[in-house]
Design a protein around this ligand. Structure first.
Ligand code: ZN
Ligand code: ZN
Length: 275
């Protein structure tokens, strides 16, 4: 895909594509997940009132999350190279290389449409992975972090990594998409993903009940999902959780508690306060 497109345009040999892709995906993870961890460590004190759970991240947790995440990167690389080859040799997918083929308007529109497809796909595959029997075998790895750090963004069992990569396959099957539009979608995806695992709520008070913003996913919502193993299955949005009745009944209350804490009154929330 994106790496394939680069390789094609830079006339790199075929064997260079998977290596280039895994390096690019890993760099993206290091930059965003590692960068977020560095920022919250550096600004630990001023950010303290916005910390969602009081317990600190442990070194063991961080190493475990990074280990699973790098394994996921390699799996993403293999799946994406398969997709690139299937697109080029079999014409199965709708990845196109000439922007003028569908125009700039579609290029711009394809990004929110891809986000919508990814959001819907993620919600249902996530709910599937919470089914008894499936959860223990696959998704439990991701939930080993009951208080997730940014490094847990891609801490998946290998089968879950394949399922997550399936979102890109689904997008390329359903809509014509340029590799750069796909890369921008994935960039937005990692931003949302890292924010969801930040452990801190940085959005302003009132977002969870705002008529328009309440549909957005937040760090509080995904943190609550990790702690309770239920509810709040969304990635980019809470649209499907709100529509299908899987939003945690105390999500808005928790969001309000986390975002109203002042520096002078930053007592950690008691377990029964967190919902
Ligand atoms: Zn889950
Ligand atoms: Zn998570």
């Amino acid at each position: 895909m994106f790496a394939g497109w680069i390789a094609q345009n830079l006339h790199l040999p075929l064997w260079a594509i998977p290596i280039l892709l895994v390096v690019l995906i890993s760099l993206r993870y290091l930059l965003f997940a590692g960068g977020a961890l560095a920022v919250i460590t550096l600004f630990e004190k001023p950010l303290a009132p916005r910390r969602i759970q009081p317990s600190p991240f442990t070194a063991n947790q961080l190493w475990r999350e990074a280990g699973w995440s790098f394994l996921s990167m390699s799996i993403f690389g293999i799946v994406f190279v398969g997709l690139f080859l299937a697109n080029r040799r079999l014409g199965l997918f709708q990845i196109y290389s000439d922007i003028s083929q569908f125009g700039w308007l579609w290029f711009a529109l394809s990004i929110p449409v891809a986000v919508l497809i990814h959001d819907f796909y993620f919600y249902w595959t996530h709910r599937f992975m919470h089914l008894p029997g499936v959860f223990e075998r696959i998704h439990k790895v991701h939930h080993l972090s009951t208080n997730p750090s940014p490094l847990s963004a891609f801490a998946f069992h290998p089968i879950e990594a394949v399922i997550e990569a399936g979102a890109v396959v689904m997008i390329a099957l359903l809509i014509p998409i340029h590799p750069i539009a796909l890369a921008l979608t994935m960039l937005y995806s990692i931003l949302t993903n890292v924010m969801g695992h930040l452990g801190y709520e940085l959005l302003p008070r009132g977002v969870a009940v705002h008529p328009a913003l309440r549909w957005l996913n937040t760090a509080t919502s995904h943190n609550q999902h990790h702690r309770t193993y239920a509810y709040n299955y969304g990635l980019y949005s809470l649209v499907w959780d709100r529509l299908f009745g899987t939003l945690h009944p105390r999500y808005e209350e928790l969001y309000d508690k986390v975002t109203q804490r002042r520096r002078s009154a930053q007592a950690p929330l008691a377990a029964d306060e967190m919902g």
